[in-house]
Design a binder for this molecule. Structure first.
Ligand code: FEC
Length: 313
């Protein structure tokens, strides 16, 4: 009889339909409903990308299924891994995933977030919610906090950068002249004062990819800042593109290393909004493909979970 280990795979979550956007947005805003204008703006962005399905849901489903397969490939192992989804802003919520584990008789679990970099405001809040529920239900739970320098993650992202630099060359650009912009979701500036590791970890991932791909013309920029009154980390990718255009940079490759799936922040903010700005600036803009269920990403998650179980890291 194998002993069962629960794996809570946590992700941002997305609405199930256009009608579900208001409830989703209200959850993101901690129970405060958006104004009609804010809601219309978000609905408009989803309408521009979705075409009937919300890509993040399908991508998360696939990542969770494939991770479960990857964790259970060794048939001689004494452990059986059972993956549960726990979403931050949609159903099944983080707490639902932990509750389901309990119902299935699981008393030892590991949690991991489908985002490689740790911030107290991102991964930290996922972990806090899961830990609270696990404590309440008496499940022993540990967490992978980050995996931003995992060799397989760096390999997968580097392959994607190199692949797109090839496309630039095929299109007539000089490879060395392509400016690579590593990007991630912005957060409020106050995280800096909190000594949050998020900006540093993102730079570490960027450097590791640049070294591996031999890219020297690169910089880091933020994207997708929230629409709130307080200052967010910048510069934003759109401003960075405008600055680069003034410096006569014509070819830009954006690598959104803070995200692992195709979703709104990639498919709208980069593929629609940033492409529109690139057009205005007469700039050639490409982006690297998202990881989605790439086997190297699954390996990164599997390996991070196994080391957490054996070493507590
Ligand atoms: O495709 C989809 O349906 C969902 C795409 C999506 C992802 C995502 C990831 C991150 N967010 C992070 C931080 C914040 C903070 C706020 C915030 C607000 C939004 C809104 C939408 C949204 N986020 Fe998001 N985020 C995605 C979508 N995010 C929609 C609300 C409208 C808007 O501002 O555009 C501000 C609210 C607050 O104070 O909480 C902060 C971070 C990530 C990357 C890590 C992760 O995946 O958890 C950080 C995907």
């Amino acid at each position: 009889m194998k002993s069962k280990i629960g794996v809570l795979v946590m992700s941002y979550g997305t609405p199930e339909s256009l009608e579900g956007i208001e409830a989703y947005y209200t959850h993101i805003r901690r129970g405060n409903a958006p104004t009609a204008e804010q809601l219309q703006d978000l609905v408009g962005r989803y309408e521009a990308i979705v075409g009937g399905v919300f890509p993040l849901r399908e991508n998360t489903n696939q990542q969770v299924d494939q991770l479960q397969n990857a964790l259970n490939t060794n048939e001689h192992s004494e452990l059986e891994f059972v993956c549960y989804q726990g979403l931050k802003h949609a159903s099944p919520f983080i707490e639902d995933g932990v509750e389901q584990m309990k119902k299935d008789g699981i008393d030892r679990a590991v949690g991991i977030v489908l985002a490689p970099h740790y911030s107290a405001m991102s991964v930290g809040t996922y972990i806090k919610r899961a830990q609270e529920k696990a404590t309440e239900l008496g499940i022993e739970m540990s967490f992978v906090r980050n995996y931003h320098l995992h060799p397989q993650l760096i390999e997968a992202l580097s392959e994607r950068v190199s692949m797109k630099l090839d496309r630039f060359e095929e299109a007539g650009a000089n490879r060395q002249d392509v400016r690579v912009l590593f990007s991630a979701h912005s957060l409020p500036e106050r995280i800096i004062k909190m000594g949050d590791p998020y900006p540093e970890q993102l730079l570490e991932t960027s450097k590791a990819i640049a070294e591996r791909t031999g890219v020297t013309a690169w910089q880091f920029t933020w994207q997708s800042a929230g629409r709130t009154g307080e200052p967010w980390l910048g510069p934003d990718v759109l401003d960075t593109m405008r600055t680069l255009s003034k410096e006569q940079v014509e070819d830009v490759l954006v690598a959104p290393i803070g995200f692992v799936s195709d979703h709104l922040e990639v498919l709208y903010d980069l593929d629609i909004e940033a492409q529109q700005v690139a057009k205005e600036l007469d700039m050639r803009l490409m982006r690297i493909d998202s990881l989605n269920s790439d086997p190297l990403y699954m390996e990164t998650l599997r390996d991070s979970i196994m080391s957490n179980l054996t070493n507590g890291e």
